[in-house]
Design a protein around this ligand. Structure first.
Ligand code: HEM
Length: 147
């Protein structure tokens, strides 16, 4: 069960991190240069649902995996283990990611034009940075810390 959770978590991570890097490095530069939102709308039409599913998979498998690392949940806030501190940090970064991506997908994307394309681009860059931070924090749990 543990190995299946890690594999699903890695699949979700590859989708969330890889998809946002493709958006920020592959789609947005040309859309911004041409002031044309269409490439972004087309990309999000394909990636949007996969991204949402990846986020749900990350939360579900992440919490299940956390059971192997944090010790008793009753003391996770009062006496957090080093791994528990990273898991709490990941939960905080997830809340931030959901807030920024939720604003981008529900407030900007439905009305995306050349005028708010720049604002969408900054949301996408922030989400991508947070995604990479999640990946690094995840590796830190398995490696027993980064330093
Ligand atoms: C977009 C969100 C996320 C991304 C991109 C992500 C990415 C990763 C990556 C790449 C790893 C290393 C996998 C490995 O151990 O070999 C990992 C491990 C881990 N992540 Fe996440 N993660 C995300 C969300 C979460 C959340 C929300 C939680 C907890 C609530 C979580 C808990 C964990 C745990 C406990 C591990 C260690 C797994 C193990 O090796 O046993 N992750 N994560």
């Amino acid at each position: 069960m543990y190995k299946l959770l890690v594999i699903l978590h890695l699949l979700g991570a590859a989708t969330w991190v890889g998809g946002h890097i493709a958006l920020v490095r592959g789609v947005l530069p040309r859309a911004l240069r041409d002031r044309d939102p269409e490439p972004v709308i087309r990309f999000e039409r394909g990636f949007g649902k996969a991204a949402l599913l990846a986020l749900v998979v990350q939360l579900a498998t992440g919490l299940a995996l956390a059971n192997f690392w944090v010790g008793p949940w009753s003391t996770v806030l009062t006496e957090p283990t080093p791994a528990a501190k990273i898991v709490l940090l990941k939960l905080a970064v997830l809340v931030l990611s959901v807030a920024v991506s939720g604003h981008a997908y529900h407030r900007i994307l439905p009305r995306l034009t050349e005028h708010n394309l720049f604002a969408f681009a900054w949301h996408a860059r922030i989400i991508t940075l947070l995604a990479v931070i999640m990946l690094v924090l995840g590796g830190a749990i398995r490696l027993g810390g980064l330093f």
